[in-house]
Design a protein around this ligand. Sequence first.
Ligand code: PEP
Ligand code: MG
Length: 314
Amino acid sequence: ARNEQLSRFSGPGRTRDGVPVSLLANIGTAEDATAAAGQDLEGVGLFRTEFLYLDRASAPSVEEQTQSYLAVLRPFGERRVVVRTLDAGADKPLPFAPTGDEENPALGVRGLRLGRRGGSLLSDQLDALAAAAGQCAADVWVMAPMIATAEEATWFADRARAAGLSTVGVMVEVPAAALRAQQVLADVDFVSLGTNDLAQYTMAADRMLGELAPLLDPWQPALLDLIAMTCAGAGGSKPVGVCGEAGGDPLLAPVLAGLGVSSLSMAPSRIPAVRAMLALHDRDRCAQMAAAARAAADAGAARAAVMDLLDSEA
Ligand code: PEP
Ligand code: MG
């Protein structure tokens, strides 16, 4: 019965009054791509490219990468595919790109920091991605993980554009990038909030420690404040996505839309419920939910405040 209810809604994500909120998939492999492409969704909001190479001893060549990316891009036809450059290090070490011994890997040389060390890790990947984009119809967007400063965003954008990629963005998953979103966005086309790491770094709570899960709750008002700040920095003129776990919480979806987020990326199975929640609420109502959640004292109270607003509709 629940599935029947959800299937009343289909097509692109939007609020009840028609504000678009793109519904996208998180994927990591060609198999994920094929499965997701067959579903009612607008494309990919996060392709975690490091998942292709976690067990590789040696770096993949440009040609090998080009073929891997084509296998992921082609199933989506002309849809958007947001490709994240290698997010190696910390919880996702790549054998061929060692970070060295680090006391605190989550605070270490990971993501773009590793790509910036030199060598051909990043340039090979950008070349392969540009080659793949040129051989298929997909709307390829590229973004870098673990950006902390506007200078890093600009550095990445320069290299991605020089490689021939046209839509370039960065992830906002370090509080510093959210605090200065306007400057971070100056030289890029879009940002995507990685709420898993943004929660980890905001709350100083290791995302791998189950004991700290309550601190990592995406309903934490501090996290919502940083998301709001990122949207304010974008000023409504550039896309702001969410691609962490928070993107797949149906109750949080209208809150995120109310904060100004323009796309949500998640495990494909979560899309029908998220689409339905958005379709049931006007933009103003979403903004009201966002304000109520941010005004709450803690994550539990934020959830309860939004539930209260939902109950008052019934
Ligand atoms: C995130 O940090 O929220 C994110 C989407 O990236 P990952 O989970 O791969 O670190
Ligand atoms: Mg992350």
